[in-house]
Design a protein around this ligand. Structure first.
Ligand SMILES: [Fe+2]
Length: 350
């Protein structure tokens, strides 16, 4: 770790300690990558010096892992500050979300290979970033205006912020919740609204979208039991991304669904939970099996997924590289899963 004055700080360096302002607010969190515009921001806040990791490197033009990592550390830092009653500043989260939206508007497949990272301890934060990515891709396909997409992205990454007010014993309970515990868990939508309303620069509409992310198309959701178009458009998008991403994660009480099974679950919905038009756009816009993901087939073949998106990625073309417990295949061969209905993905290897 190095202590550097702001004149010595360069873009690309990694923060080794949180930057805390004189009033106790946390401005930037440990692990965050310094961007050029932050150096002047730090100066405007009269921050005299910061601590950076020794192996900080110059900022590359664009690094998908780094932007994803920044989004993860921003939402994790904010949720931990809220849970521990610490003050925080939203500047890092807003800038990171702004960055992600900009990159997805340029190329909607950019972050697809990074979604679906599963780490039990960090599940809520990784899930929040994935829901944000899927929501922005869907909003882009729906041709929403930039400001609306940005507002939606903030609501998506913050959609479960209310879970900071739910006791850890309920949040991490290894097993199904009792009816009483589930009633407490359901309060996270309204807690999320209250927390977002306290955030400077976060609109009332963003907070309202957060409060509605568990409403269902047929009126059986919570907290208000809103129906159809009474539910904010943003909440209708986020609820689809939320369920899709949650289904593809292992939970203590059930094994994860394969992505094509989760997509099929959404498509079978028949207008009970979701806005079917948005659901179709969602399925047609994301890559259900992103390119280069390595999968195990029911035939025992291990294959790399070839590029595709939307319905085509439900049963993509794959290139077989080895057999399970077998030697590598020296001349990889392709299988088109759409033309081979008896062959399907049984596991994701990486
Ligand atoms: Fe939620």
């Amino acid at each position: 770790m190095q202590k550097l004055s702001l004149d010595e700080v360069k873009a690309g360096m990694i923060l080794a300690k949180d930057v805390v302002l004189k009033d106790g607010r946390i401005l930037l969190l440990k692990g965050f990558t310094i961007k050029p515009r932050y150096i002047s921001k730090l100066k405007s806040y009269d921050v005299p010096y910061i601590y950076v990791e020794k192996d900080g490197v110059e900022l590359e033009e664009f690094n998908e892992d780094r932007v994803y990592g920044d989004a993860f550390s921003s939402i994790k830092g904010i949720m931990e500050c809220i849970r521990n009653d610490k003050k925080y500043d939203l500047v890092q989260l807003k800038e990171t979300v702004y960055d992600m939206v900009g990159h997805i508007l340029n190329d909607d497949m950019l972050f697809m290979t990074l979604t679906g990272i599963r780490d039990i301890d960090n599940y809520t934060f990784l899930h929040s970033v994935d829901v944000c990515i899927y929501s922005v891709i869907t909003a882009k396909a729906m041709n929403l205006q930039y400001d609306e997409i940005h507002e939606l992205a903030m609501a998506a990454i913050l959609h479960d912020v209310g879970k900071c007010k739910i006791p850890i014993s309920i949040l991490n309970k290894p097993g199904k919740l009792t009816d009483e515990e589930f009633e407490i868990m359901k309060r996270h939508s309204l807690y999320g609204y209250e927390i977002a309303r306290q955030m400077p620069g976060v609109s009332e509409k963003t907070a309202r979208i957060i409060s509605q992310h568990h409403e269902k198309w047929d009126g059986t959701g919570y907290p208000a039991g809103l129906k159809n178009y009474d539910i904010e458009l943003g909440a209708r998008i986020i609820s689809i991304a939320d369920v899709y991403d949650a289904l593809t994660a292992d939970r203590i009480y059930r094994k994860r669904f394969m992505p094509h099974e989760a997509a099929e679950y959404l498509m079978a919905d028949n207008e009970s939970q979701f806005d079917s038009e948005i659901m179709k756009t969602f399925i047609n816009s994301i890559a259900i099996y992103p390119k280069d993901v390595v999968v195990l087939l029911n035939t025992g073949e291990v294959a790399r997924v070839l590029p595709s998106k939307g319905m085509a990625s439900l049963r993509p073309k794959v290139s077989v590289i080895t057999k399970k417990d077998g030697p590598p295949v020296f001349t990889p061969y392709e299988i088109d899963l759409r033309e081979n209905p008896t062959i399907f993905v049984t596991d994701i290897i990486s």
